[in-house]
Write a protein that binds this ligand. Structure first.
Ligand SMILES: Nc1ncnc2c1ncn2[C@@H]1O[C@H](COP(=O)(O)OP(=O)(O)OP(=O)(O)O)[C@@H](O)[C@H]1O
Ligand SMILES: [Mg+2]
Length: 238
């Protein structure tokens, strides 16, 4: 048996005539927090969509929790928070989560648990359309936490959050991974990379690194991860 939550082999994706993922291969170990980092447009969201099974792929194999990506059985085992929240704006946070909980067949008690986990208890009765950007992204994250999925795929969950909230969310991510949940978290803020056990660094559809922050520091001779990433780009691009 494998200990990998996801195994991706030679994944190629073309979007709008452009090679967006150019044959990437990596594994995500179970119970870890993996950071998916890279500049805007490098293919982070596309890669996440491929793992969730909603992206048409050109080639390669993707196995998620022992099944091919997109397998029916995976629906309740993966929590996916998209980059742009798509929650009906006219209902309250609690109503929205109650709806999603019933769709996902998650217990009703999950609603207050996830609202608390993302620190939205004070806005549980607020209308979705009236939330601030950071509150909305936390409501979106709460949906992904419903039903206690084994794998969480979170697309830039901390964008627009202040440092205190960001810190709290990263603590939550670490806590979840300690409970055995596997997390893939995208970001283009390199300081978030230090909070991850494993890093995937993407650039223009190529995977420049799949290693721990320490391995990346050792390999590049840079202590600062942002500089390490820049060093990697300099060394790999002729
Ligand atoms: N619906 C689409 N049709 C055609 N091309 C697309 C589509 N969505 C994204 N792309 C292209 O695919 C490439 C990768 O986009 P993707 O959204 O995966 O990047 P990203 O790393 O998530 O960027 P960001 O950090 O800005 O969210 C970009 O060149 C983008 O223009
Ligand atoms: Mg994106």
């Amino acid at each position: 048996m494998t200990n990998s939550a996801a195994v991706v082999n030679d994944l190629r994706v073309n979007r709008g005539g452009r090679d967006v993922l150019k044959g990437i291969t990596f594994k995500i170990e179970s119970g870890t927090v993996t950071g998916l980092l890279g500049p805007s447009g490098c293919g982070k969201t596309t890669l996440m969509r491929a793992l969730v099974g909603v992206q048409i792929v050109e080639g390669g194999e993707i196995t998620v929790l022992g099944k091919p990506a997109g397998h029916k059985e995976l629906r309740s085992r993966i929590g996916y928070a998209t980059q742009n929240p798509a929650i009906y704006p006219d209902i309250t946070v609690t109503e929205a989560l109650t709806y999603f909980a019933s769709v996902l067949r998650a217990p009703a008690s999950d609603v207050s648990r996830v609202i608390d986990e993302v620190d939205l208890t004070s806005h549980a009765d607020a209308i979705i359309g009236q939330l601030s950007g950071g509150q909305l992204s936390r409501a979106n994250l709460a949906v992904a936490l419903l039903g206690k999925p084994e794998l969480l795929i979170l697309d830039e969950p901390t964008v627009g959050l202040d440092p205190v909230l960001r810190d709290e969310l990263w603590k939550l991510f670490t806590e979840l991974s300690q409970r055995g949940v596997t997390l893939l978290v995208s970001s283009h803020v390199m300081d978030e990379a230090t909070r991850c056990e494993h890093l995937l660094l993407l650039r223009e559809g190529d995977l420049l690194a799949s290693e721990s922050p320490d391995e990346l520091r050792d390999r590049t001779g840079e202590t600062d991860l942002e500089r390490a990433f820049l060093r990697l780009i300099k060394d790999t691009v002729p």
